[in-house]
Write a protein that binds this ligand. Structure first.
Ligand code: NAP
Ligand code: MG
Length: 403
């Protein structure tokens, strides 16, 4: 038996779907298990098993993250009507990420991996732009309905203490239309602001926050004011760290960001973070280079790749065709979790192993071995691309030489 590095406490492993599930297995078998003696608490969040368990497995996985502190998750299908048909599901189960986020009440930070020979599409960007996405509420916990006859749509707030109701008219609909109601909570917004402040202080980077408070004076204005209150408490620490807080109109934030050289944490409301993280990811090269971590206010961590299950590649794989799918963000999800586990357990050798794997990945790409998505944007250009498994095998060889 070759020597393996002992990991003190467990990591919660959440398996997923389609192409990422195929890569997940390879990463685990080739890059992790040969080197680490680790207790993985395994939860299968693949769509079939979620359906069989009426999605209870997702809730159990979230509780396990709360218990053990660190989780790593493979991308999963969020079913829509087409997926219900494709997989013969009992119903359109909710997004697992949404479920886990609400249980942990965490903030998602997305950080691109920067590699020398993969220059960003936005020339100015030299340092990572990290997006902090508020992971609770707004349209992700909305109620909405299609209206098919004339009538009045209202928002009604009924106080629990029996005092007078508040009734606001949304619109008098004369024709068919749609309406929506949504909410957020001060507690969640405040812990979001705190998580962002902590992240900015620990990384010593500026914190930006953008909202549309000119239009949404109360809803977006509320976010702005909570941020301002939390920032006030850390003014001295920000000054001592040489970092700044900037509140901007969201439009202005977008415009400024495109002209900046990066290196800031951009705090985003839920929907902005969902959309802008995809924009920033492709600006930095490929969705395959974007990592993501959900951090709860009481210090629980869930790591994953920002991209989805890469379904188009999976269908090719099912036809027996070779694929060239980028596994880097999924590998970094594993290394992120392992490094955090080592940090919390106070086992530097575990942290060092995670860094060794990350260095092996970056060196592999810098040596010209990369998947197709990166080949298309590499400078200097390379003449061929690696297949999915070939890339992982090359990384495995490189780790074997180092460990
Ligand atoms: P996606 O899986 O992120 O893929 C969109 C496209 O981006 C791919 O078709 C591919 O482009 C490119 N791409 C993404 N990741 C790549 C990688 N690692 N290597 C190479 N190319 C990559 O998004 P989607 O197709 O919209 O969603 C598929 C499924 O994933 C959906 O069921 C959705 O619900 C789910 N999803 C899950 C998560 C999550 O669990 N965190 C997040 C997003 C979406 P080309 O086809 O042009 O090569
Ligand atoms: Mg998105």
């Amino acid at each position: 038996m070759p020597y393996k590095i002992k990991v003190k406490n467990p990591i919660v492993e959440m398996d997923g779907d389609e192409m990422t599930r195929i890569m997940w297995q390879m990463i685990k078998e080739k890059l992790i298990l040969p080197f680490l003696d680790i207790n993985l608490k395994y939860y299968d969040l693949g769509i079939k098993h979620r359906d069989e368990t009426n999605d209870m497995v997702t809730v159990e996985a979230a509780s396990a993250i709360i218990e053990h502190g660190v989780g790593v998750k493979c991308a999963t299908i969020t079913p829509n009507a087409a997926r219900v048909k494709e997989y013969g599901l009992k119903q359109q189960w909710k997004s697992p990420n949404g479920t886990i986020r609400s249980i942990l009440d965490g903030t998602v930070f997305r950080k691109p991996i920067i590699i020398k020979n993969i220059p960003p599409a936005v020339k100015m960007w030299r340092k990572p732009i990290i997006i902090g996405r508020h992971a609770y509420g707004d349209i992700y916990k909305n109620v909405e309905c299609i209206i098919d006859k004339p009538g009045t749509a209202e928002i009604v707030f009924t106080p629990a203490d029996g005092s007078a109701k508040t009734v606001l008219k949304i619109y008098d609909l004369k024709n068919p239309g749609v309406v929506m109601g949504m909410h957020n909570t001060e507690k969640s917004i405040r812990s979001f602001a705190k998580s962002c402040i902590n992240y900015a202080l620990s990384e010593k980077i500026d914190l930006w926050f953008g909202a549309k408070d000119t239009i949404s004076k109360q809803y977006h204005g509320f976010f702005r004011d909570v941020f301002a209150e939390e920032i006030k408490k850390v003014e001295d620490e920000f000054k001592a760290s040489g970092i700044q807080y900037r509140f901007m109109l969201i439009d202005d934030a977008v415009a400024q960001l495109m002209k900046s050289d990066g290196g800031m944490l951009w705090a985003c409301m839920n929907y902005d973070g969902d959309v802008m993280s995809d924009m920033v990811a492709s600006g930095f090269g490929s969705l395959g280079l974007m990592t993501s971590v959900l951090v709860s206010p009481n210090g629980k961590y869930e790591f994953e790749a920002a991209h989805g299950t890469v379904v188009r590649h999976y269908y090719e794989h099912l036809k027996g065709n070779p694929t060239s799918t980028n596994s880097i963000a999924s590998i970094f999800a594993w290394t992120g979790a392992i490094a955090k586990r080592g940090e919390l357990d106070n086992t530097p050798v575990v942290v060092k192993f995670a860094k060794t794997v990350e260095d092996a990945v970056i060196k592999t790409v810098e040596n010209g071995v990369m998947t197709k998505d990166l080949m298309l944007i590499a400078k200097p250009s390379v003449s061929r691309y690696a297949l999915t498994e070939e890339f992982i095998d090359t990384v495995a060889e490189s780790i074997s030489r180092e460990v």
